[in-house]
Design a protein around this ligand. Structure first.
Ligand code: GLU
Length: 606
């Protein structure tokens, strides 16, 4: 397949110079919010590289999409360096405090109710985003932290227009903008929810960003802001009392550690993928699903496959069910528990798992497999998988600069509006990332259950975030990712299959309706709620899947594909023409901005 390019409906031409150097490709940013995209474009236009621009976008997102990500949260930044060809991951995932325990979300033998636990300080992980961005800037950026923060400070101080998506997120907030007075004061001033078109100024947040710009990340991880974070996460819901208070201390904040990791590498039909290693399941589970599917001719309509055919959708569902059963048991923070990565990706193990997929019949509930014989360093037995609810929000953006450096960055505060707790006086929301851990401890030596995702001191909760780099013949061709909790993995998978098996352009691959299952038992979620999601999954196809026993699709004869899943922003490098392009997602206000290279084209400092 060759990735074909076409001009985008949302493409904004950002001409920095009217004279274009023929040899230099454009820088491109693809972001879920136009104002944050503009912050990235401005940084590229000033001569910054992709890492500088990523910092600017992330800080701007904290202002214009505060419900999804920010300095109170964490994330995974994939960086590809043009000069060395190296790809690496800056892991700024939140950590559990030192005082965290495996049973802290359990009360009298039962899991705490999610709505209460997730809006209490107990759910707040030690935030990593600021340290992550700062680490990336220091190592691979060319600009000072303060310079990359300037657009965000302007947006917070001068304000911006609330878009449709933020207004919807306030209107349907599950209470999260109402529970704490500081959050309500910002997003429901005078008790009235902000509406689309309203002007939002965030003075406290501007003050915080200025403090950090002046004094560096230590202004956040030590001193008055750190004190305010520790105090704020002691808030709890009355219904769970002191059990809901956060356990984070000043020492936890001062000792937060960013990890720089190697990506997980997988191969699919001659393409190479670089994805997220643990503590994210993003790379492992995506690669597993692809490998389980590789023996099926997904793109071949003559053999009954092709996009949206019952056969293609059935085998996708089955592969997802198998991989998610493994994920639930085996994947967690590899720094805290042994994760059998080699076994889970071993061709022999994958062949045995793929053999369980019958193209005509639905499996009964698949169990996790046993990758350990394929992974000689570890020893334990498989057992039934446990699952728990995951939320649907976060943000993803991708950037390529004129030199070919790439950043693909997913960051989050977990649920939309995170814990709902705004740090008083400082204007940023705290995450509820620790709810990504198992609520009930699952480790059981007798059963061979490693408790891969049980809570433990300083551990990172398992993530699904999956910034992904797709390469051909060793050269990057596309980078993308998505929000959406566990569905992230399937959004990324759908896009990969659309590009490689179905020969779609990047924009078609993003527009096309998605299919997702995140548990061994189902149910199936599928898209079709918006007109741009083409080609549609037909009712006849849905009926065929229902007849096989797939659940979640509603009544026979009706259109059960009504969901919206994820929000993918991609950048694309056309090897043949040497050009850079982007594609963004209408599921949010995705924007692609191109930045023409300036006249003088200094060498990349990477
Ligand atoms: N907490 C989720 C994860 O790390 C991301 C949240 C979301 O995408 O909604 O996988």
């Amino acid at each position: 397949m060759s990735i074909r390019l076409r001009s985008l409906r949302w493409l904004v031409l950002y001409l920095v110079s009217s004279s274009v150097l023929a040899a230099a490709p454009d820088g491109v940013v693809a972001v879920s919010h136009p104002a944050a995209a503009a912050a990235g474009a401005r940084t590229l236009a000033q001569g910054g590289n992709a890492i500088d621009a990523a910092a600017a976008v992330q800080f701007a997102l904290n202002v214009v999409e505060p419900q999804s990500s920010g300095i109170g949260g964490g994330g995974f930044m994939l960086i590809h360096l043009a000069k060395t060809g190296e790809t690496l991951i800056v892991d700024s995932r939140e950590q559990a405090p030192a005082a965290a325990t495996a049973d802290m979300f359990a009360s009298e033998g039962l899991a705490m109710p999610f709505p209460l636990a997730s809006t209490s300080g107990l759910a707040v992980g030690v935030p990593g985003t600021l340290r992550g961005v700062d680490t990336a800037l220091r190592r691979w950026g060319t600009m000072k932290l303060a310079a990359t923060m300037a657009p965000a400070i302007e947006l917070a101080e001068r304000g911006f227009r609330v878009n449709h998506f933020m207004a919807e997120d306030i209107a349907h907030d599950g209470g999260r903008t109402q529970l704490q007075p500081e959050t309500a004061a910002t997003f429901r001033p005078g008790g009235v929810p902000l509406a689309e078109g309203d002007w939002l100024v965030q003075r406290d947040l501007a003050k915080t960003l200025k403090l950090i710009a002046a004094r560096g990340p230590d202004a956040f991880y030590r001193g008055p802001i750190a004190h305010a974070i520790v105090k704020a996460q002691q808030r709890t819901r009355n219904e769970i009392g002191a059990a809901g208070q956060g356990r984070m201390t000043l020492s936890d904040l001062a000792h937060y550690q960013v990890a720089v990791r190697q990506p997980l590498i997988g191969h699919y039909r001659g393409w190479t993928l670089a994805g997220m290693p643990p503590p994210s399941s993003g790379g492992l589970t995506t690669i597993q699903i692809l490998k389980l599917l590789e023996r099926f001719p997904l793109g071949n309509a003559a053999q009954g496959y092709g996009f949206g055919s019952p056969k293609t959708m059935h085998v996708m569902i089955e592969a997802m069910r198998l991989a998610f059963a493994d994920r639930a048991v085996w994947i967690g923070d590899a720094a805290a528990v042994p994760v059998p990565q080699t076994g889970l990706l071993h061709p022999g193990y994958l062949a045995s798992r793929s053999a369980l997929i019958n193209p005509d019949n639905r499996m009964l509930t698949p169990q996790a497999g046993n990758p350990l014989p394929w992974d000689t360093s570890l020893a334990a037995r498989p057992h039934a998988s446990r699952t728990h609810r995951e939320s649907l929000h976060t943000t993803h953006f991708s950037i390529v600069d004129r030199w070919g450096n790439i950043v693909s960055y997913t960051s989050t505060i977990e649920n939309t509006w995170g814990s709902g707790i705004t740090v008083p006086g400082y204007g940023f929301l705290l995450n509820n990332e620790l709810t990504d851990f198992n609520f009930m401890p699952s480790a059981d030596a007798a059963e061979g259950n490693p408790g891969a995702n049980d809570v433990a001191a300083a551990k990172r909760p398992r993530s699904s975030m999956a910034p992904t780099l797709l390469m051909k013949n060793g050269k990057p061709v596309a980078a993308f990712g998505s929000p959406g909790g566990a569905t992230i993995i399937n959004s990324v998978l759908n896009v990969i299959l659309n590009l490689i098996d179905h020969g779609m352009t990047p924009q078609q691959a993003i527009d096309a309706p998605r299919l997702s299952v995140t548990h061994a038992t189902g149910p199936v979620s599928c898209e079709g709620g918006a007109r741009f999601m083409q080609p549609r999954f037909s009712v006849a196809t849905q009926n065929a899947l229902r007849n096989q026993g797939h659940t979640g699709l509603g009544e026979a004869g009706t259109d059960g594909c009504r969901q919206t899943i994820g929000s993918v922003q991609a950048i694309v490098m056309d090897i043949a023409t040497g050009t850079h392009n982007g594609a963004a997602d209408l599921r949010r206000e995705g924007a692609v901005i191109r930045v023409k290279p300036a006249l003088a084209l200094p060498d990349s400092r990477l």
